[in-house]
Design a protein around this ligand. Structure first.
Ligand SMILES: [Fe+2]
Ligand SMILES: [Fe+2]
Length: 293
C-alpha cells in the first residue's frame, strides 16, 4: 500500500522540529525568480546575513579568482565576480549551511551536495543554450530538486541508507527503490516540504515532478513551468551520466529524444551541450572547494 497525502503531511509536521532552510535561502531563491528585483535588493539581502557575507567574501578573495586587492564588502564582490556569479555563490552557500556539520556515514552529504550544484549548473547552462530568458529559475530549481532526500535522511537516516543501499544493490534509481520499499518518495515529500517553506511555484513544480517525464501526468497547464521541469530532468540525467557528485544511486539513462526536443536541444547537439556543461562544472568545482574548506 503506498503512502497517502495524510502520511506525507504527518512527515511535514515532523519537519517543523528540524532545522529549516535558512530564511536567507528562501528569500534569495524567491528574489532570483523575480525579474523585478535589482542588484541593490539582492546586495541588501545578502548583507543582512553575516555568515553568508563572510562566505561570499571568502570566495571572492580565494586564489580561484586571483583578485589583486582584498574584497571587503558585497559591493566590491559584485564588481569582481559579476552579479550573476555572486547570486549563485550566495544561493549555493546559503543552502550548503544546512548540510554542514552533520555526521554522515553511508550517505556522503558532500557528494550529494555536489550533485545538487551539478544539476543547478547544468540546468542554467541548458536554459542559456536554448535561449530561455530566465536562466536563474532553472538554476535554483536544479539546486534543490532532490531536497526531499535530505528531508528523508534527516527524519530517519538509518532507513534512508537502507533504501539507498537497496537501489545500489538492484541497480535501480532511488524513486524506484522508494516505491518498491513503500518508503516516502523524495519528490512527493520534497513537494510538501517546499510548500510548507513557502518556496516559489517553480521550485514546487520541479521538486514534485522531476521524475515525471510525461507532461500530461503532471497535470500542470503552464508551459513555462513544464519547460523548467523538463530542463531540470535533462540536467539531472546528464549529471548522473557524467557522475558529477552522487545522489544516492548509480543508475543512469540519457535523456530521451522526446524530452530533448521539448526543451529545444536537437538530439544531435547533446554532446556539445554536455561539453559546455562540463566546462561550467570545472568552474563550479573551484567554488565548491572554497566553500567546503
Ligand atoms: Fe530525484
Ligand atoms: Fe537528482
Amino acid at each position: 500500500m503506498s503512502l497517502t497525502v495524510k502520511d506525507y503531511l504527518e512527515k511535514v509536521e515532523k519537519v517543523r522540529d528540524l532545522p529549516t532552510l535558512p530564511v536567507i535561502f528562501t528569500e534569495l531563491a524567491n528574489m532570483l525568480s523575480d525579474t523585478n528585483s535589482s542588484v541593490h535588493d539582492v546586495e541588501h539581502l545578502m548583507e543582512s546575513d553575516q555568515s553568508l557575507t563572510m562566505r561570499v567574501l571568502k570566495v571572492a578573495n580565494s586564489a580561484y579568482y586571483r583578485v589583486s586587492d582584498r574584497v571587503t564588502n558585497i559591493g566590491e564582490a559584485v564588481n569582481y565576480l559579476g552579479f550573476d556569479k555572486l547570486k549563485k555563490v550566495a544561493l549555493s552557500s546559503s543552502i550548503l549551511s544546512i548540510f554542514k556539520g552533520r555526521t554522515v556515514t553511508a550517505f556522503d552529504i558532500n557528494s550529494f551536495w555536489k550533485h545538487g550544484v551539478g544539476v543547478a549548473v547544468a540546468s542554467g547552462t541548458i536554459a542559456k543554450y536554448v535561449g530561455m530568458e530566465e536562466h536563474e529559475t532553472p538554476y535554483v530549481c536544479g539546486l534543490v530538486h532532490d531536497i526531499g532526500k535530505i528531508v528523508n535522511y534527516m527524519l530517519d537516516a538509518e532507513t534512508f541508507i537502507e533504501v539507498a543501499q537497496y537501489a545500489l544493490d538492484n541497480k535501480i534509481d532511488l524513486v524506484a527503490a522508494e516505491k518498491s520499499q513503500d518508503y516516502p518518495r523524495h519528490d512527493v515529500l520534497g513537494y510538501y516540504v517546499c510548500k510548507h517553506w513557502k518556496l516559489s511555484k517553480y521550485i514546487l513544480a520541479t521538486v514534485g515532478h522531476h521524475h515525471q517525464e510525461n507532461v500530461d501526468a503532471r497535470a500542470i497547464k503552464s508551459e513555462q513551468l513544464n519547460r523548467v521541469i523538463d530542463v531540470v530532468i535533462v540536467a539531472n540525467k546528464i549529471t548522473h551520466d557524467r557522475k558529477f557528485g552522487f545522489s544516492g544511486h548509480s543508475s543512469s539513462t540519457l535523456p530521451s529524444p522526446e524530452i530533448l526536443e521539448r526543451v529545444g536541444i536537437p538530439p544531435a547537439d547533446l554532446p556539445r551541450v554536455v561539453e559546455m556543461i562540463e566546462q561550467e562544472w570545472k568552474s563550479a568545482e573551484g567554488i565548491l572547494k572554497v566553500l567546503e574548506s
